[in-house]
Design a protein around this ligand. Structure first.
Ligand SMILES: CC(C)(COP(=O)(O)OP(=O)(O)OC[C@H]1O[C@@H](n2cnc3c(N)ncnc32)[C@H](O)[C@@H]1OP(=O)(O)O)[C@@H](O)C(=O)NCCC(=O)NCCS
Length: 169
């Protein structure tokens, strides 16, 4: 399943569609995120396995960012069921040692491009209000996503859900 017609090369990272062999590298990115733990790894693992074992046209889509041949980040996104062309960015993560060098930007750019090529109308992102997620919130704002809603104490007391929204067409 090649979702990008050709890998997207930026000055700092090469972004390509993931293959089933990328599961371990994606797990490694999460474990080197200084943010996510084993329950997050298990959740992403389950989504990754489902992608390849039960492929569906509206299933999860995966990109990886590579630098010097090593996977340093990934994104998971796709259409939201029961909506008309609304897509979600489910995960985006760059290993902590590889940050601030453009990989997050390259991944989000490629995900938005892929979504647009598949006639996505909106993209929506759920994220946390807490300080460790500030870089992600900045990234979304830099791409023109609007913070359209907050659900107080959604993740736990003091940790709100922030919903980001962008119209693609
Ligand atoms: C969010 C994340 C993917 C960004 O990846 P990255 O490769 O460091 O991002 P980039 O270098 O491409 O930066 C792109 C833009 O994001 C914003 N940004 C990224 N890191 C930032 C930081 N530490 N502080 C402020 N803004 C930041 C900036 O707008 C930046 O543009 P600029 O460099 O022109 O200022 C990365 O910080 C990460 O993996 N965070 C932990 C996981 C996470 O929170 N995921 C989202 C929830 S699932």
């Amino acid at each position: 399943m090649a979702w990008l017609e050709s890998p997207a090369q930026t000055s700092t990272a090469l972004v390509r569609a993931a293959t089933p062999d990328d599961g371990a590298a994606i797990r490694n990115v999460l474990l080197n995120s200084d943010l996510f733990g084993i329950s997050d790894v298990e959740c992403v693992d389950a989504m990754f396995v489902e992608t390849w074992e039960r492929p569906q046209p509206d299933g999860y889509r995966w990109l990886v960012a590579e630098r010097a041949g090593a996977v340093i980040g990934f994104a998971c996104y796709g259409p939201e069921s029961l909506t008309q062309d609304t897509w979600d960015l489910f995960w985006i993560c760059v290993a902590s040692s590889a940050r601030r060098q453009g990989a997050g930007r390259a991944l989000l750019q490629a995900a938005l491009h892929d979504a647009l090529m598949h006639h996505a109308r909106l993209m929506v992102i759920y994220t946390s209000s807490t300080p460790p997620y500030a870089p992600a919130r900045q990234l979304y704002a830099a791409f023109g996503f609007k913070h359209v809603a907050t659900v107080p104490d959604y993740y736990r007391d003091g940790d709100d859900l922030n919903i980001y929204w962008k119209r693609l067409r």
